[in-house]
Design a protein around this ligand. Sequence first.
Ligand code: GRF
Length: 222
Amino acid sequence: MGLAQDASRDFDPQKAPFPFRLGILLSGRGSNFLAIAQSIREGRLPKVDIAVVISNVADAPGLAAARELGLNHALFVSRGRPRADPDADVLACLRRHNVNLVCLAGYMRLLSPGFIAAYPNRILNIHPSLLPAFPGLEAQQQAFDYGVKVAGCTVHFVDEHLDHGVIVLQRAIPVLETDDAHSLADRVLAQEHIAYTEAIARVASGEYEIRGRRYVKRQHSF
Ligand code: GRF
């Protein structure tokens, strides 16, 4: 079976109690995942449930947290394997759990084009800078070293280019005179935890559409 075949062929979101079934992919700490889980618990994402949490790193604290919360979870170690192999495992797992919105939350792997094609405009990523500034690793350090006066985070759809897809939303904060790269990263992270929930809510609302590079409210015709 090719990677790009329809990801939700047996699943009818109209009939599901939670029409948005998240697959969360992570490699580390998992604080964004936990913030999403908390938003769901507290009723801030009413149409959304976490179908499965997947890690590519065996000792990722986020994976342990998923286990403790009693959520479906899976490990597909990626180190030392050609990219397409773990991607195929992850994709099969997402399909088994009827995932229809993939959330990258500190997933330190580039996805193969076939994976991205399997979930067109249904993969979100969070990045700790105001894109297009400072893509790639250690974005907060890059921003601090550059001397920016405003920093922040971006939730965007994933396309085939690094930290590049259509922006769902951004949250900005001022850089303080007293900041160092660590305090800035901490304050950006607090914004990330708000931003990811807001972005998922926006996608789940069905009220937005992609127009060119812009993610904007649908215009209703009466
Ligand atoms: C976050 O800063 C996120 O923006 C980046 O990776 C980090 C993951 O943190 N993509 P956590 O594992 O969610 O705590």
